[in-house]
Design a protein around this ligand. Structure first.
Ligand SMILES: NC(=O)c1ccc[n+]([C@@H]2O[C@H](COP(=O)([O-])OP(=O)(O)OC[C@H]3O[C@@H](n4cnc5c(N)ncnc54)[C@H](OP(=O)(O)O)[C@@H]3O)[C@@H](O)[C@H]2O)c1
Length: 241
């Protein structure tokens, strides 16, 4: 049975991705930090569908947390068929007000954690017959969004890591990225803010978590000749001027 490890899989995009990978036939390594209480119901749900599921917790903001998580997953799974780096933080701060601590935390969770988790799990990826890594990035990693300088830089780094690892880990390990546009508006968005975003989306709706999950499953299961690529799932927003 193939195994997929999804970071931040207790809620939203990560949970939808875990569900979609389970539906595609994968056993799951689930992970959470602050939402760890939501892992048990998801585990039970996926086990009801006949999957084997193991839960892991860990703070991806710290070097020790990342190392311990890699060790725990490696100890449980000798081979990993899919590694989906979904966990990330998105914090609105004006450039002039971003503190060193805020900058470091965003870089640690959004970029350092994927970098060193993949490094820590390389033997397990190499032990799988056709392994695939997917980074969940953001169209904001290629275009600027005001008040998110640290976030945009972290996601731009993740896009470069996608290309770098696609080249360096080839031919055995494929590495791709899914770049969401707006998926499920933040709860504090006003109707005016929502309308202003949707005016720039050719498909005229926000994305769903399932839209992103389907793209991840496609890259993992149906794209054996695709590596180093970034699939925007944004309703066409990044195609428009
Ligand atoms: N939603 C969007 O519109 C959108 C758009 C573009 C890109 N994205 C990207 O898609 C991914 C998922 O987004 P989302 O909206 O579903 O996420 P979200 O609701 O903001 O949740 C963030 C995820 O990251 C995990 N996480 C945060 N801090 C962590 C830490 N210190 N240690 C371990 N895990 C941590 C959370 O796990 P816990 O809750 O368990 O801590 C949670 O699973 C992110 O990488 C985000 O940048 C989202």
């Amino acid at each position: 049975m193939s195994v997929a490890f999804v970071t931040g899989s207790a809620i939203r995009i990560g949970r939808a991705t875990a569900r979609a990978l389970a539906e595609a036939g994968f056993d799951l390594a689930l992970h959470a930090h602050g939402s760890a209480d939501k892992l048990a119901p998801l585990k039970a749900e996926l086990e009801q569908r006949g999957r084997t599921v193991h839960c892991f917790t860990g703070d991806l903001a710290t070097e020790d947390g990342v190392s311990a998580l890699a060790r725990a997953v490696a100890n449980r799974f000798p081979a990993l068929d899919a590694l989906v780096h979904n966990a990330g933080i998105f914090e609105r701060v004006a450039f002039g007000d971003i503190t060193r601590a805020q900058y470091r935390r965003t870089m640690a969770i959004n970029l350092d954690a994927p970098f060193f988790l993949t490094q820590g799990l390389l033997p397990q990826l190499r032990a799988a017959p056709s392994p695939c890594v997917v980074h969940v990035t953001d169209i904001g990693g290629e275009r600027a969004l005001s008040h998110y300088a640290h976030y945009g830089v972290s996601k731009a780094g993740l896009l470069m890591l996608t290309r770098q690892l696609a080249v360096e880990l080839a031919p055995h390990v494929r590495v791709n990225a899914v770049s969401p546009g707006t998926v499920a508006f933040p709860e504090d968005f006003t109707p005016e803010q929502r309308a202003s975003v949707l005016r720039r989306v050719p498909l005229a709706r926000e994305g769903t978590v399932e839209d992103i999950a389907r793209a991840v499953v496609f890259l993992v299961t149906a794209a054996p000749y695709v590596t180093g690529q970034v699939l925007a799932v944004d309703g066409g927003r990044s195609a428009a001027l």
